[in-house]
Write a protein that binds this ligand. Structure first.
Ligand SMILES: Cc1ncc(COP(=O)(O)O)c(C=O)c1O
Length: 460
C-alpha cells in the first residue's frame, strides 16, 4: 500500500485484484491487538468516478452540479471538481469550500431559495451569480444585495411519494410563478431559468415528467414577459445505491424522453441537475466496533413466533450512533443493514439483536431488530452505502468524535480521472464500458507508479 497526502486529505492507491473492503479488513487487523478500536470509514473515490461515467452515459444532456450538503468531505468535492462537475451550494460556507479548491464561480449554483442577506452579498462579492428563489421577498432582497444575479425560479413538484419531501418547504406554484416573473421584470432582475426538486429518494419517475412539463410552462410565461431563459435545473432525487426498488437508469429512461419533448436539443437550453446521494452513497462503508453488550433473557411466553426459538435476545452497543453517522436514520429516513465483518460459521445459531449507539440517549438506536449470530465486545459490524447525509450532519454529542475517513482509489480510476481532467470526456472514455472499470483493487505491492500517480495530488 502507498499512501499519498495532498495537504487536505490522504488517500491510498490500490492495486489490481483486491477491493476497498480489503483496506477495511487491513485497518481492522492493524488494531486487532489494541483497545483502540474507533469507528472508521473507508471511502472509495473510484466509486465516485464510476458514478460520474454512469451519469454521463445515462443523462448525456444533463450536467451534474453536485449537492455539497449531501457530503461535504473535501476529498469528495475535490474528486468531483477534477471530473468537471459543477456544485450546488446552500450557504456561504459551502461556496467557500468549493471555491477554496479552485472551482470557478460559473460552476456554482447557490441553490437555496431562502438566503440570509449577508450570504447573498458574499455570493455577489465572490462572483457567484446563479441562485434560486421562490418568493417575492427573496426577489427584493436580491435586487438590493446582488442586482446582477442570474435568478432561477424554483417550482414545486408533487413529491408526495419521495422518501424526503422538499416541496413542503420550497417551490412556487405555476400561478405564483407568473406573479414572480412579473415582479422580477419590475425589479429589472434577470431570470435565466427554472429549477425543481422531486424530493430526495424519488420513487416515482413520473414526478420528473410532470415537473419538466411544468418548467416548460414557466419558460413560456417567461418568454411572454420578455425573459430569455436558458437554464433548466432538474434537481436531485436519484438513488445512490443498488438496494432500492427504482434504479437510476429506470428514472433516467423516463427523464430523457421528457427532456427531448419539452426541451429539445435545438431549443438551446442548458440542462443541469443537483445530484447528492447519487454520487456518494455507495462510496462509503462504515466500520463500527462493539463496545458493550447485554444479554436479555426472554420471559416464557408460550408463543410460536420464530424469534422465540432462542431463549435470549442480544443488545449491542457500538461506537457510532444516531447523533453521529447514523443521523441519517432520523433525518434521511434511512434503514441501515448490518453486515458482519467476520464470516459466521454455517452452524452458528442466530439471535434477535438490537444495535445501539454510544450516547446516553434512549433514542440512539441504530437497528431495532436483526437476526444474526452472537458477537462479542471488540467485534466489528459494517454498514455499506453510508456516504449520503451521514458525515455531513454528524454531531459530537456526548463527546463522541466523528469517525476518521480513509480514502482509497484504484490506479485505473485515478488515471481515468486525470484523463477526464486534461481532455474532458473523450470519445474513448465515453465508449468505455463503465461497468467493467476496475475501480476497487488490491494492496499496492511495491510497484512503481506511473508518472501521473507519483505526485498524487488532486488539482482542479
Ligand atoms: C436544493 C437541493 N438540491 C439537491 C439536493 C440533493 O438531493 P439528492 O441527494 O436527493 O440528490 C437537495 C437535497 O436536499 C436539495 O435540497
Amino acid at each position: 500500500m502507498s499512501s499519498f497526502s495532498n495537504e487536505e486529505f490522504e488517500f491510498t492507491f490500490l492495486d489490481e485484484g483486491f477491493t476497498a473492503k480489503d483496506i477495511l479488513d487491513q485497518k481492522i487487523n492493524e488494531v486487532s491487538s489494541s483497545d483502540d478500536k474507533d469507528a472508521f470509514y473507508v471511502a472509495d473515490l473510484g466509486d465516485i468516478v464510476k458514478k460520474h461515467m454512469r451519469w454521463h452515459k445515462a443523462l448525456p444532456r444533463v450536467t451534474p452540479f453536485y449537492a455539497v450538503k449531501c457530503n461535504d468531505s473535501k476529498a469528495v468535492v475535490k474528486t468531483l471538481a477534477v471530473l468537471g462537475a459543477g456544485f450546488d451550494c446552500a450557504s456561504k460556507t459551502e461556496i467557500q469550500l468549493v471555491q477554496s479548491i479552485g472551482v470557478p464561480p460559473e460552476r456554482i449554483i447557490y441553490a437555496n431559495p431562502c438566503k440570509q442577506v449577508s450570504q447573498i452579498k458574499h455570493a455577489a462579492s465572490s462572483g457567484v451569480q446563479m441562485m434560486t428563489f421562490d418568493s417575492e421577498v427573496e426577489l427584493m432582497k436580491v435586487a438590493r444585495a446582488h442586482p446582477k444575479a442570474k435568478l432561477v425560479l424554483r417550482i414545486t413538484t408533487d413529491d408526495s411519494k419521495a422518501v424526503c419531501r422538499l416541496s413542503v418547504k420550497f417551490g412556487a406554484t405555476l400561478k405564483t410563478s407568473r406573479l414572480l416573473l412579473e415582479r422580477a421584470k419590475e425589479l429589472d432582475l434577470a431570470i435565466i431559468g427554472v429549477s425543481f426538486h422531486v424530493g430526495s429518494g424519488c420513487t416515482d419517475p413520473e414526478t420528473f415528467v410532470q415537473a419538466i412539463s411544468d418548467a416548460r410552462c414557466v419558460f413560456d410565461m417567461g418568454a411572454e414577459l420578455g425573459f430569455s431563459m436558458y437554464l433548466l435545473d432538474i434537481g436531485g432525487g436519484f438513488p445512490g445505491s443498488e438496494d432500492v426498488k427504482l434504479k437510476f437508469e429506470e428514472i433516467t429512461s423516463v427523464i430523457n424522453p421528457a427532456l427531448d419533448k419539452y426541451f429539445p436539443l435545438d431549443s438551446g437550453i442548458n440542462i443541469i441537475a443537483e445530484p447528492g446521494r447519487y454520487y456518494v452513497a455507495s462510496a462509503f462503508t462504515l466500520a463500527v466496533n462493539i463496545i458493550a453488550k447485554k444479554i436479555v433473557l426472554k420471559e416464557q411466553t408460550g408463543s410460536d413466533d420464530e424469534d422465540d426459538a432462542n431463549d435470549k435476545t442480544l443488545m449491542y452497543y457500538v461506537n457510532d450512533g444516531v447523533y453521529g453517522s447514523f443521523n441519517c436514520i432520523l433525518y434521511d429516513h434511512a434503514h441501515v443493514k448490518p453486515v458482519l465483518q467476520k464470516r459466521p460459521k454455517p452452524d452458528d445459531s442466530c439471535y434477535s439483536c438490537s444495535i445501539w449507539g454510544p450516547t446516553c440517549d434512549g433514542l440512539d438506536r441504530i437497528v431495532e431488530r436483526f437476526n444474526m449470530p452472537e458477537l462479542q465486545v471488540g467485534d466489528w459490524i459494517l454498514f455499506e452505502n453510508m456516504g449520503a447525509y451521514t458525515v455531513a450532519a454528524a454531531s459530537t454529542f456526548n463527546g463522541f468524535q466523528r469517525p476518521t475517513i480513509h480514502y482509497v482509489i484504484s490506479r485505473p480510476a485515478w488515471q481515468l480521472m486525470q484523463q477526464i481532467k486534461e481532455q474532458g470526456f473523450l470519445a474513448e472514455v465515453e465508449e468505455q464500458d463503465v461497468a467493467s472499470l476496475p475501480l476497487s483493487c488490491a494492496w499496492e505491492s511495491g510497484i512503481e507508479y506511473p508518472a501521473t500517480c507519483a505526485s498524487a495530488s488532486i488539482n482542479v
